[in-house]
Design a protein around this ligand. Structure first.
Ligand SMILES: CC(C)(COP(=O)(O)OP(=O)(O)OC[C@H]1O[C@@H](n2cnc3c(N)ncnc32)[C@H](O)[C@@H]1OP(=O)(O)O)[C@@H](O)C(=O)NCCC(=O)NCCS
Length: 162
């Protein structure tokens, strides 16, 4: 997920609920247990999820020093079926790399990951979060819009400083 301009961003309006359903469990990411599986999931998730240096083991460990409870995985029968990486800077939340194993699409996994993340963000005092989605990812945009988000008429600007 990285492009300089033309990205859509969304505001959550999804009611919060969370957790577990029909054997599928939402858990907090555990580096030793989940890192390799999550990277494999992201790598298999098509162009909507772009692995970057920020996803290296050191970078993820560094990220976990800040918001360890905002990195979630979905497991079914012990297997990883989805993941989402969230963050909160004290003002706004961010959502990165939401992905569900393709065989599990349309079974509610993405919704439950997002709802649990929203509940955890809300508990920290977060009232709005953003996410980035490539403009050509119509499938994900439809999913997010279905969950109450809206595309915002903004350009995302960025600068690599490291
Ligand atoms: C986007 C993604 C996470 C959705 O996960 P999912 O588990 O299939 O989504 P869910 O089954 O939880 O769907 C939740 C709701 O959105 C709807 N929905 C899902 N995909 C949709 C689509 N393409 N168009 C319209 N609605 C859609 C579902 O029907 C469901 O509605 P309901 O709860 O009212 O029945 C998944 O398709 C994915 O991993 N895509 C590839 C990675 C990617 O591009 N991620 C986005 C990065 S920004």
């Amino acid at each position: 997920m990285a492009a300089p301009t033309g990205w859509a961003r969304g505001i959550s309006q999804v009611p919060c609920s969370a957790g577990e359903d029909q054997g599928m469990k939402i858990r907090t990411f555990d580096f030793e247990k989940h890192y390799d599986s999550v990277i494999a999931l992201w790598q298999a998730s098509g162009p909507g999820v772009r692995i970057s240096p920020s996803d290296s083991p050191d970078s993820i460990r560094h990220k976990l020093e800040r918001d360890p409870d905002l990195f979630l995985v979905a497991e079914e029968a012990g297997a990883l079926v989805g993941a989402v990486l969230g963050g909160y800077d004290g003002r706004r939340g961010m959502v990165y790399h939401l992905a569900v194993r393709q065989a599990e699409w349309h079974h509610g996994v993405g919704r439950r990951l997002l709802q649990e993340l929203e509940a955890r963000l809300r508990a920290k005092g977060c009232i709005k979060y953003y996410l980035l989605v490539t403009v050509d990812n119509s499938q994900a945009i439809a999913f997010y819009e279905h969950l109450g988000m809206e595309v915002m008429d903004l350009h995302v600007m960025g600068k690599v400083i490291g």
